[in-house]
Design a protein around this ligand. Structure first.
Ligand SMILES: Nc1ncnc2c1ncn2[C@@H]1O[C@H](COP(=O)(O)OP(=O)(O)OP(=O)(O)O)[C@@H](O)[C@H]1O
Length: 319
């Protein structure tokens, strides 16, 4: 469980205190066993086993485009709309979901992967009841676990799959091996770009590498930090058009978030934008994107099985 940072000025949400942590534990206790493993035939047929969470990566070709800010605030917006959300910080180099949410986690994903703690101990109660699995390490370690420790981990992750409706995974940026392995295994991904040519080029580069591997998630895109609606539309269209024309891949635009100085102020306060500046233009834009995301049909391709299914595919990718 996590401690709150207790920073003065962290207004806008009540940080997790003992009873919230206990509430989360109680919720997990209600999800008693690991549940049935999704049968191989079901997975091959591409039908999602009932009760397992939809999984979506939040990724980018270039760093610093606002991927983590979007992941945190999308999680909040969706939760406020009634979707139960878990946010997994899998950005190993720059794991900072906890910082943006004002949490001080005692455990993280790496501890769970290496069997040093249970899921209950690794997760934190974030604002609005978002379940947060903080990062730091754990992805490389995943590649080498086998046998009994792996089965234990999969059981724990299946509990998370049945606790929430949606798992958002904040990945690292770029085309590193960890990110690619994760994206090849993930059913859906939101590609975050800014209107800058470097961001669009790097995003296209990422899609191209994934396309060559023949295994890529259903792709959505969000244009962040735009200066005008026209600029945002032009950027989304450019990315869409080149991906369709040269790679034969569809990227569905989900909307855009304007450049808004309150985003950085919320980061400084370590309070998510949606709670610190709920009436800002950027917060409104995030809520619109969340609405579209909730409406978009979940991917049913042979990629079902919640986060535990994604994990199994990642392990096959590394094998
Ligand atoms: N819409 C926005 N308007 C203004 N500033 C923004 C906006 N979105 C993000 N930022 C700022 O951009 C910076 C980078 O954001 P963030 O850390 O979320 O990006 P990232 O893509 O996750 O970066 P990294 O690759 O380092 O993980 C932060 O200072 C954040 O406050």
């Amino acid at each position: 469980m996590a401690r709150a940072n207790g920073r003065p000025g962290s207004a806008g949400w009540t940080p997790p205190v003992a009873d919230q942590a206990a509430g989360l534990r109680a919720l997990l206790a209600g999800v008693s066993g690991p549940g049935p493993s999704p049968p191989a035939a079901e997975e091959a047929a591409g039908t999602a086993p009932a009760g397992l969470a939809r999984v979506m990566a939040i990724t980018s070709g270039k760093g610093g485009v606002g991927k983590t800010s979007l992941a945190v605030n999308l999680a909040l917006a969706l939760q406020q709309m009634g979707t139960k959300v878990a946010l997994v910080d899998a950005d190993m180099g720059m794991a900072n979901v906890d910082i943006l949410m004002g949490l001080v986690p005692e455990r993280h994903l790496g501890d769970l992967v290496e069997g040093r703690c249970t899921l209950d101990e690794a997760i934190c109660a974030g604002p609005e009841g978002v379940v947060v699995l903080p990062g730091a390490s754990g992805l490389w370690e995943l590649a080498s676990i086998r046998g009994e420790p792996l089965q234990r981990l999969l059981q724990e992750i299946r509990r998370l799959d049945r606790l929430v409706d949606l798992v958002l995974v904040d990945t690292g940026a770029g085309i590193g091996e960890q990110v690619l392995t994760m994206l090849r295994a993930t059913p859906e991904a939101v590609l975050v770009v800014t209107p800058e040519p470097t961001s669009l080029t790097d995003a296209y580069g990422l899609v191209k590498v994934l396309a060559r591997s023949g295994s890529l998630p259903r792709l959505h895109c969000v244009v962040n930090m735009h200066k005008s609606a026209h600029e945002a539309t032009a950027a989304a269209n450019r990315l869409r058009t080149v991906a369709r024309r040269f790679l034969g891949i569809e990227i569905t635009p989900l909307g855009s978030v304007p450049f808004d100085p309150v985003v950085s102020r919320a980061v400084l306060d370590q309070v998510p934008l949606l709670l610190r500046f709920p009436h800002s233009a950027a917060a409104g834009a995030v809520r619109e994107i969340a609405g579209r995301l909730a409406q978009a049909p979940a991917s049913q391709r042979s990629r079902s099985g919640g986060l535990s299914g994604t994990l199994r595919r990642m392990l096959r990718g590394w094998a």
